[in-house]
Design a protein around this ligand. Structure first.
Ligand SMILES: *[C@@H]1O[C@H](CO)[C@@H](O)[C@H](O)[C@H]1NC(C)=O
Ligand SMILES: *[C@@H]1O[C@H](CO)[C@@H](O)[C@H](O)[C@H]1NC(C)=O
Ligand SMILES: *[C@@H]1O[C@H](CO)[C@@H](O)[C@H](O)[C@H]1NC(C)=O
Ligand SMILES: *[C@@H]1O[C@H](CO)[C@@H](O)[C@H](O)[C@H]1NC(C)=O
Ligand SMILES: *[C@@H]1O[C@H](CO)[C@@H](O)[C@H](O)[C@H]1NC(C)=O
Ligand SMILES: *[C@@H]1O[C@H](CO)[C@@H](O)[C@H](O)[C@H]1NC(C)=O
Ligand SMILES: *[C@@H]1O[C@H](CO)[C@@H](O)[C@H](O)[C@H]1NC(C)=O
Ligand SMILES: *[C@@H]1O[C@H](CO)[C@@H](O)[C@H](O)[C@H]1NC(C)=O
Length: 451
């Protein structure tokens, strides 16, 4: 992958209209109000991926979430064991419908209604706080045209089903995007959707706007850094003190790449006339381990990124472009997932190891307390001296109601596939953004004087 470069002439052209453009942009987004969609009681969420064969039971995971104050969770399916384990807890959950269901849900409103009844409506009166349904994952950045054509129909049918069941106010419908849906994103305030995706975005944004739902995008500064370690300063990617970057069009200063990427998304929405739709981050994270060519995937960097991210999110602050809208993000991911395909990094995004202990110290409690209160596992009491894996599984309350079994549950491995496969390309746009900001920085002072 090559970072895109832009001819000098275009840079010059753009600086000429910097301030007027930025003014219009700010006007169009200034009245954004925080919506209730995919509501979260806090700003910190976590992605609970399950592509692994060694994870703690759902009831243990609920303990883990609560002890770590991670009360907003997204899963990649509608696993009944998880939804049951969350009954009467303070944890709010967003469920997902995998890409493999999109065609059916689009063609058959009766199937959509059936799915919502079984996987959403059945749980809410029983005490599971489902606040959103994500239909499809990274669809518009992919190559499956049929899937893209079907996504809007599926979103609408799921939403209509929620309306008919009286749940549309508390359960919002959206879809998660890869950062690749954007084309030019230099500087953040002039980010636009790629030619390939823009045709789909208008109707999606119409839908999100009409239903008061949020635009969700996966944001991985890690890939910007990995893609160009020379020009993307590690400190800027990790929220550590750095000179940061100034957006030449509106003079906003960015002290971290994560916020710059979120504001790029806001700008792309505003450019299509949807400046009032709120942007939230469906995935962000940093791997603690990678292959030799995965520069930056270290425990230290992962700890720094996720630690600083948590600190920022807990402050409930906004971005430079949207200072009044708290950034909300789902961190990727809760656990290292040992069965994820792809490079080593893919299996090492977790804040926790499968045994429930922290991957690196973020001050989260983990499962230590629970594990230590367990009665000794059989392998210890044999006196064999065997260190064979003591299973830490606490017998879960038998809350799994077979009649609630979802289609998703029978396809759990497939349907829980999280989206990181396409992460690698997300941030190349930002490599080029950063390069060009460097190139432009000398022009900024001239522009300020001229206007
Ligand atoms: C943010 O809120 C402050 C105080 O209410 C207001 O003055 C400012 O215009 C708002 N900024 C934006 C971008 O909405
Ligand atoms: C579910 O979560 C929403 C959003 O935070 C909250 O407003 C609501 O009170 C919660 N419902 C229950 C039953 O706890
Ligand atoms: C969770 O939140 C409570 C109340 O705000 C706080 O006392 C506690 O330290 C937090 N725990 C963690 C692990 O952050
Ligand atoms: C959840 O709370 C409701 C109302 O308090 C109660 O009827 C129900 O039995 C509880 N369910 C579980 C699984 O604890
Ligand atoms: C889509 O197709 C292009 C060109 O064939 C390829 O480079 C790219 O990796 C594909 N993207 C996905 C998500 O499969
Ligand atoms: C004792 O432990 C070893 C592994 O260290 C195991 O292979 C063996 O089967 C165990 N024997 C009994 C009787 O549990
Ligand atoms: C599982 O997913 C496949 C597509 O991946 C689909 O054809 C099949 O019908 C699904 N199984 C169930 C039980 O829904
Ligand atoms: C997904 O399902 C298909 C068949 O529907 C199967 O061939 C494939 O191995 C499954 N993928 C995983 C990761 O289990």
């Amino acid at each position: 992958m090559e970072a895109k470069t832009r001819p000098k002439s275009e840079l010059d052209f753009r600086t000429g209209m910097t301030f007027r453009w930025a003014f219009i942009l700010l006007l169009s987004v200034s009245s954004l109000q925080s919506t209730e969609s995919l509501s979260v009681t806090g700003t910190v969420g976590i992605n609970y991926g399950q592509i692994a064969n060694n994870l703690p039971s759902p009831s243990e995971v609920v303990e883990l979430l609560q002890s770590s104050n991670l009360t907003n969770v997204r899963i990649y399916d509608a696993n009944p064991a998880i939804l049951n384990a969350l009954r009467n807890t303070s944890v709010e959950i967003v469920v997902s419908l995998g890409n493999e269901y999109v065609a059916t849900m689009s063609a058959r409103s009766d199937k959509a209604r059936q799915w919502v009844k079984k996987n959403v409506a059945a749980y809410i009166p029983a005490g599971t706080n489902i606040t959103g349904v994500l239909v499809g994952n990274e669809v518009y950045s992919g190559n499956d045209t049929v899937l893209k054509e079907n996504l809007m129909g599926a979103l609408k049918n799921i939403h209509s089903a929620l309306v008919s069941l009286g749940l549309d106010k508390s359960v919002k419908v959206s879809t998660a995007h890869s950062f690749e849906v954007f084309g030019s994103s230099f500087p953040p305030s002039s980010c636009v959707f790629s030619d390939k995706t823009v045709a789909y975005m208008k109707q999606l944004l119409d839908f999100l706007s009409a239903t008061h739902a949020t635009f969700l995008v996966n944001v991985y500064p890690y890939f910007a850094y990995k893609g160009d370690t020379t020009n993307v300063p590690l400190n800027y990617a990790l929220f550590r003190p750095s000179d940061g970057v100034v957006d030449s069009k509106n003079n906003l200063h960015y002290d971290n790449l994560f916020y710059a990427q979120i504001d790029a998304a806001y700008a792309a929405l505003a450019a299509l006339g949807y400046g009032k739709v709120e942007v939230r981050v469906s995935e962000t994270g940093w791997p603690s381990k990678g292959d030799d060519d995965e520069v930056g995937a270290t425990p230290d960097n992962a700890k720094t990124y996720n630690g600083n991210l948590l600190e920022r999110l807990r402050k409930k602050e906004g971005t430079p472009l949207q200072p009044n809208v708290s950034v909300q993000a789902f961190i990727f991911a809760l656990f290292n997932e040992n069965m994820k395909p792809g490079p080593t990094s893919e299996r090492n995004y977790g804040l926790f190891k499968p045994d429930g202990t922290e991957t690196y110290d973020l001050g989260l409690k983990g499962l230590k307390r629970i594990v230590s209160s367990l009665s000794p596992p059989p392998s210890v009491s044999t006196g064999n001296g065997s260190k064979s894996t003591p299973t830490t599984t606490i017998t879960p309350p038998s809350t799994t109601t077979p009649t609630m079994a979802t289609d998703a549950s029978t396809n759990s491995t497939n349907s829980s596939s999280d989206s990181s496969s396409a992460k690698g390309m997300h941030s190349l746009v930002f490599v080029s953004f950063y390069l060009q900001v460097l190139a432009l920085s000398s022009l900024v002072s001239v522009v300020i004087l001229e206007h």
